[in-house]
Design a binder for this molecule. Structure first.
Ligand code: ADP
Ligand code: MG
Length: 327
């Protein structure tokens, strides 16, 4: 069982050399980051608890990847470019050994390298449950951060990637899915790729954005409520993977499952209709699949249309729209 100091030096110090070195990094009482003129800081934080936010048997590489990825997804939704991150780690004794820590550090290194961001500090404590809190820092041109609240009436709504694979990945853990499909969904659950380049590319085009973590419907309603509007969604336009479609049998339940499952880490964006071509260019330039799914309307309800007819309607007090958590 390595002592705290050795553990930090051995497994976490190497991550401080990824990308641009901070003015002061791991080893002092705090990290010091240089400010760049004309840029605002965007700071996000998210906690993952073993058994709550990921299954107990999740591989250490995947736990680390996910802890950082969910934070980078929040930065992407703000249009921010990641700069650095810190890690508060609560480690149970059964994981405080070389095999687990090395694999955990590897997962963290892989994603940090993708975005060239150093680990600049953190805290390490011991307790009987694994808990990880990552704080990520990003930059955005001054005054341009994307908000949930900026959407206007008649703005179009679009979503990146596909919806429902993360939830399917979780279901497939219990062996409900066949071979290859289970693997692609599990990949989405365990190694989500935050839409960072798309998020920063749509600055000045999008009027509002949010990332999908609690579930498509719940997060869409966070955007519409913050913007004090409602939305109309065409179900036929919703992007689903083959694996998710294979589970549809036409019942209402099967349709709502991918829309409420969570763990997608895609972006829902609103933008004025005249920016559609520029948004599509952003999608091509960043190789980010992008699908228009509806628009903002007056009111406070989210209406799902199927075959040009209203199919379902959700209001602000509906608790069925998403994964309700308070932990
Ligand atoms: P302090 O007692 O001042 O809080 P610590 O002993 O907790 O200092 O941490 C020593 C140094 O190691 C600090 O620079 C801190 O940011 C860093 N550190 C501690 N835990 C981690 C971690 N899990 N990941 C990265 N850096 C860490
Ligand atoms: Mg400390």
């Amino acid at each position: 069982m390595p002592a705290e100091f050795d553990l930090i030096e051995r497994y976490f110090q190497p991550l401080s050399h990824i990308g641009t070195t901070p003015l002061v990094g791991i080893g002092d009482d705090g990290a010091v980051l240089a400010s760049e003129p004309g840029q605002d800081w965007v700071v996000v934080t998210d906690t993952l608890i073993e058994g709550v936010h990921f299954p107990v048997d999740t591989r250490p590489e995947a736990i680390a990847w996910k802890a950082l990825a969910v934070n980078l997804s929040d930065l992407a939704a703000m249009g921010a470019t990641p700069v650095a991150f810190s890690l508060a780690l609560t480690l149970p004794d059964n994981k405080n050994h070389q095999a687990w820590l090395a694999r955990f550090a590897l997962g963290l290194t892989r994603l940090a390298r993708r975005f060239q961001i150093p680990l600049i500090g953190g805290d390490t404590t011991r307790h009987h449950t694994l808990v990880l809190t990552v704080t990520a820092h990003g930059q955005v041109p001054a005054g341009q951060a994307l908000r949930r609240s900026g959407a206007a009436i008649d703005d179009l709504l679009a979503v990146t990637g596909v919806i429902g694979d993360g939830g399917l990945g979780l279901a497939s853990k219990s062996g409900q899915l066949p071979g290859r499909r289970a693997m692609s969904a599990e990949l989405k659950l365990n190694r989500p790729m935050p839409r960072v380049s798309f998020g920063s590319r749509i600055l000045g085009l999008a009027s509002a954005a949010i990332d999908v973590s609690d579930g498509f419907l719940a997060d869409l309603m966070h955007l519409t409520q913050a913007s004090r509007l409602g939305a109309e969604i065409q179900c036929e336009s919703l992007p689903f993977s083959k694996a998710v479609k294979a589970r549809f049998d036409g019942t209402d339940i099967d349709w709502l499952t991918p829309l409420t499952a969570g763990d997608d880490y895609e972006l829902i964006v609103a933008f004025p209709a005249q920016k559609l071509a520029a948004m599509q260019q952003a999608s091509v330039a960043t190789q980010t699949p992008f699908q228009v799914i509806g628009k903002l309307v007056a009111g406070e309800q989210v209406v799902l249309n199927k075959d040009e007819k209203e199919w379902k309607r959700f209001g602000p007090t509906d608790v069925s729209a998403g994964y309700q958590h308070f932990h």
